[in-house]
Ligand binder design. Structure first.
Ligand SMILES: [Zn+2]
Ligand SMILES: [Zn+2]
Length: 556
């Protein structure tokens, strides 16, 4: 039996704190060496040019993998990639039950059907309002509004009290899908006593309160009604509430809706099955495009983040087989730019403008609202739940700090400032960081997953800046070179400023380096290799101003 008198409740994020993305939070209950754990959310983040060639960034979960016999379950709050996208790759290392809502489970299943080899993950379904027990944790799923179907907060109760893990939420009194955030439940939890509120910081630097989805819907409707030609609208593919709004607006304006983009179609399939698109006319596939008059067409498409292979990017480059835009058509960005994607988005926008397309974005009309709480909404959550401890999460350093000062001003007695890997004891006593555990990022790179070093990403980045030169030096048994060294340069300029071939210059440098070594010493092949390497790098720097990576083979 576990001695519960020494039990503690700890919160330990392995991702998502100090960054927006890659959410992976652990709650542990029990004496320090016998804690039982649950994971809340298992998300990814997306790589940029810093990590060339990689597909996804996942949290390093070695800490919990080492004690997975005491891990009871993974609970997913909603199906955004930053909350569930790492399950496919990380679940095989943990192999514990997964709890998710029907929409999340449906998307996982749809993805498994499309991508052979994806593991079959056993999912236990729950819905907002449900209560269930996982090991020592009694969990209640509380309905919230966000930007995807079926988002929930989790009220997690142990003998230490109740922690409210909000996950992503906002206050929207008029959503176009699902119910408003369950104020009554949050108030009731607050009245009973909330030990800690672990809460979304995404918009903690934005004052005020958000507009409602219904207002966005009305604004989109106005634009569609008065548009002379086609209207293409790009949004996040999982934003089914927005997709509903667009479809309704199109119907009211007597237009038909075409859907472009694989992930959007997948979401629409799953949403239809769950009844989220009831009452709307059928969406049309792209091969029907040619049959719809320009002023009767609305296109919903992927690509709001400038993803080069997404539908909108293809439209911008005019490389879709069945669909094209014409001068005077409108493209609405019903989305925000995720930090880091600005340049890619601008590339697509410029190409659309060159086609004579008119762009409408957030700055011009109410065509998007965030799915996260602004400061006014955060204050309301603190007023409802009255937590003893505030733990800002789901934010970069600046968001976390802004959220922390808001929580303090809202009268929360203890505001914890933590980062990934910090084990925060929530109970008993004052909140305190009691341990720092192994954490970090691993990269999905083709079929493999590993750290930056393991996957050679640092070297890959270096190669992308300076290229690579391979040199082969062959000696005969008298210590003379059997011909000039062979040399191949990859990713270097072909010629120098005078027009001479750089490969030849480097080859000469390699040959001279060998000649300058006395014949006796040439028996030391490592010495020869190092001399050649230095000579080639020096020669490259001389003519090019940069030192390539050089690999030398010396054989006898
Ligand atoms: Zn989300
Ligand atoms: Zn999120």
């Amino acid at each position: 039996m576990t001695d519960t008198s020494k039990s503690e409740l700890v919160f330990l994020p392995l991702g998502g704190v100090g960054e927006i993305g890659m959410n992976f939070a652990l709650y542990g209950w029990g004496p320090p060496k016998q804690r039982e754990w649950i994971v809340v959310d298992c998300g990814v983040t997306f790589p940029d040019a810093e990590h060339p060639g990689t597909d996804l960034i996942l949290p390093d979960i070695s800490f919990i993998k080492a004690q997975r016999d005491r891990l009871r379950a993974i609970v997913i709050t909603h199906a955004h990639e930053d909350h569930y996208g790492a399950l496919v790759d990380l679940w095989p290392e943990l192999r514990v039950p997964v709890w998710a809502t029907p929409f999340t489970a449906g998307l996982m299943e749809a993805r498994r059907n499309e991508e052979p080899g994806t593991p079959k993950i056993p999912v236990t379904i729950f819905k907002a309002g449900d209560r269930f027990e996982i090991g020592p944790f009694a969990i209640e799923a509380v309905n919230v509004a966000h930007s995807i179907p079926e988002p929930v907060s989790l009220a997690i109760t142990t003998p230490a009290g109740t922690v409210v893990h909000t996950a992503d939420w906002k206050i929207d009194l008029a959503p176009t899908l699902g119910q408003p955030t369950d104020e009554a439940r949050f108030r009731a939890l607050g009245d009973k006593g909330v030990l800690a509120l672990v809460c979304d910081s995404t918009n903690a630097m934005v004052e005020g309160e958000s507009a409602t989805e219904t207002e966005v819907s009305q604004s989109l409707k106005k634009i569609i009604e008065s548009a002379p030609g086609r209207v293409a609208i790009t949004t996040f593919s999982s934003h089914v509430g927005r997709i509903r709004s667009i479809a309704q607006a199109a119907r009211d304006a007597g237009r038909q809706v075409l859907v472009l983009g694989r992930s959007m179609k997948r979401v629409i399939d799953v949403s239809s099955e769950l009844g989220y698109l009831q009452g709307l006319p059928e969406f049309l596939p792209e091969d029907r495009f040619g049959f719809i008059p320009r002023d009767k067409a609305v296109i919903i498409c992927t690509g709001s983040q400038g993803e080069p292979r997404a539908a909108l990017s293809k439209l911008a480059r005019d490389e879709m087989k069945n669909v094209a835009l014409s001068p005077g058509d409108i493209v609405i960005y019903s989305s925000r730019a995720i930090p880091g994607n600005e340049k890619a988005i601008l590339t697509v926008k410029n190409a659309l403008i060159e086609q004579g397309v008119r762009l409408i974005g957030e700055d011009e009309a109410l065509v998007h609202v965030s799915g996260h709480p602004r400061r006014g909404n955060l204050r309301q959550m603190y007023a409802w739940t009255k937590p003893r401890i505030a733990v800002p999460v789901h934010g970069e350093a600046a968001h976390l700090v802004a959220h922390a000062s808001l929580a303090a001003m809202a009268g929360v007695p203890d505001v914890a400032s933590i980062r990934n890997g910090d084990m925060l004891r929530l109970w008993p006593g004052q909140p305190e960081i009691v341990d720092k555990v192994n954490h970090g990022r691993v990269f999905k790179d083709g079929k493999l997953v590993g750290t930056e070093d393991q996957m050679g990403i640092g070297e890959r980045r270096k190669l992308s800046f300076v290229g690579h030169v391979a040199v082969n030096v062959v000696f005969d048994n008298r210590g003379e070179m059997a011909g000039e060294p062979d040399l191949v340069a990859i990713g270097l300029p072909e010629r120098d400023g005078e027009g001479a071939l750089i490969e030849e210059i480097l080859q000469d440098a390699a040959g001279s380096a060998v000649h300058s070594i006395p014949r006796q010493r040439r028996k030391d092949l490592d010495l020869v290799a190092e001399a050649v390497r230095r000579a080639v790098r020096a020669a490259a720097e001389d003519v090019w101003g940069k030192k390539p990576v050089v690999t030398v083979f010396v054989t006898q």
